[in-house]
Design a protein. Structure first.
Length: 122
């Protein structure tokens, strides 16, 4: 092969990798969740950890909700910790997200447990 053909082949190879990187490999997937307080008391503090991201929430009144977002960086699940105004604490690990998809979940907190529902994968 001549130097010209090698240069053209190299340029095409670089172009291919740049195109690949900017299209499917670098697509950022998003996760969304709604944290609903379905207990009979104020949530004074809550944390939601997912995909190595910590979302802190202050003060969610009874029957109110908090909307959170995060980047789906890989396989993960939710670690949810809640502290009520009374001082009572509950924690749970639940749900599942994986890279390559967008997720929407509803996380509901009652006085005794945390549950997840309405999983939507796009």
């Amino acid at each position: 092969m001549s130097k010209k053909n090698i240069s053209i082949s190299y340029c095409l190879l670089v172009f291919f990798f740049v195109l690949l990187e900017t299209s499917c490999l670098s697509k950022s997937n998003t996760g969304q969740f709604i944290l609903i307080n379905d207990s009979n008391e104020l949530i004074s503090h809550a944390t939601v950890e997912v995909c190595d991201q910590l979302i802190e929430v202050e003060s969610i009144k009874f029957h109110e909700e908090f909307n959170g977002t995060f980047k789906v960086k890989g396989d993960s699940h939710y670690k949810v910790a809640v502290v009520f105004a009374s001082g009572k604490e509950i924690k749970d690990e639940l749900g599942y997200v994986t890279h390559g998809f967008d997720f929407r979940h509803t996380i509901t907190v009652t006085g005794s447990k945390i549950s997840i529902s309405d999983t939507k994968i796009e």
